[in-house]
Design a binder for this molecule. Structure first.
Ligand SMILES: Nc1nc(=O)c2c([nH]1)NC[C@@H]1CN(c3ccc(C(=O)N[C@@H](CCC(=O)O)C(=O)O)cc3)CN21
Ligand SMILES: CC(C)C(=O)C(=O)O
Ligand SMILES: [Mg+2]
Length: 268
């Protein structure tokens, strides 16, 4: 089966569905319902118990990206490059980015591109010239958390303009899509208006070309999801209930029952 391509996303006339997920069985569930699976560096705080995304390594990210590729057939898989794995030098950025395609089998990489630097437009251009499909990421860029915490961007005009300008620069550098995180709905609309490539929002309102949420957040697995999240299930509660029942059964002797026990040979 052919995977979703950048061209497919550009030509889509309904909203793009992207989900951040980290492992093969989850990817298998999502594949063919999501257009894009992002292997987010959010794995750091979502699954690995870190405070934020900063400790995530390229090796961890590549390993999980490869798992998501193995678990899926039709979705585009995007590897989210971790903090400081890009932008230090063009050479290192290109080498790391290429690993996502060569070793993990990803279809593209995503790089956080903060409005005030962090990664140059030239770096993004170099990747796209090499043939690495790049997804940009503007607005709230969580890898900058140690600088300014998590906050919604674009509440004043100068900042709103800066986000739009950055998205335009990225488009010019050849990105095939831009993630817009935690910006006002007005900024979401302005960016979507300003660029031809699809915008994919997370806490960016309705006037964008697609939406992305973290799987753990949307299934009710996260303890404190961001306020823009809609929870569609209570998986945390389901897991807790299941394990409590199991524990009760073990303690009462209700598990294992006859059907869970291997019999010996013979006819007794
Ligand atoms: N579970 C999870 N979901 C995410 O979407 C996510 C992560 N983790 N980790 C990496 C980044 C961080 N993200 C975030 C985190 C918080 C807000 C946010 O707006 N938080 C508050 C406002 C800030 C505050 O006062 O704490 C909110 O209103 O939800 C936005 C994006 C998005 N990403
Ligand atoms: C929230 C999305 C856009 C992300 O960057 C991640 O999951 O790491
Ligand atoms: Mg990320």
């Amino acid at each position: 089966m052919e995977r979703v391509t950048a061209k497919d996303l550009l030509e889509k006339d309904e909203p793009i569905v992207m989900v951040a997920a980290y492992d093969a069985p989850t990817a298998e569930i999502l594949d063919d319902v999501a257009d894009v699976v992002l292997v987010g560096d959010s794995i750091g705080d979502v699954r690995l118990g870190y405070e934020d995304t900063l400790p995530v390594t390229v090796e961890q990210s590549l390993s999980h990206t490869a798992a998501v590729v193995r678990g899926s057939e039709s979705a585009m898989v995007v590897g989210d490059m971790p903090f400081a794995s890009f932008g230090v030098s063009v050479e290192e950025t290109a080498e790391n980015a290429a690993r996502y395609l060569k070793e993990a089998g990803a279809g593209a990489v995503k790089l956080e591109t903060p409005v005030d630097g962090g990664v140059s437009v030239e770096t993004v251009r170099r990747l796209t010239e090499l043939g690495v499909p790049v997804m940009g990421h503007v607005g709230l860029t969580p890898q900058q958390v140690r600088r300014e915490g998590y906050r919604v961007l674009g509440r004043d005009d100068d900042e709103a303009d800066a986000v739009v300008r950055r998205a335009r620069e990225l488009e010019d550098a050849g990105v095939f899509s831009v993630v817009l995180e935690a910006v006002t709905e007005e900024v979401g609309a302005s960016v979507t208006e300003a660029v031809d490539v699809p915008t994919i929002g997370i806490g960016a309102g309705r006037e964008v070309d697609g939406q992305v949420l973290v799987i753990d957040d949307l299934i009710g697995m996260s303890e404190n999801p961001p306020s823009f999240v809609k929870e569609y299930a209570d998986v945390r509660g389901e897991i807790r209930d299941a394990v409590e029942e199991y524990a009760d059964d073990v303690r009462s002797g209700g598990f294992p029952a006859d059907e869970h026990v291997f019999g010996g040979g013979g006819d007794g």
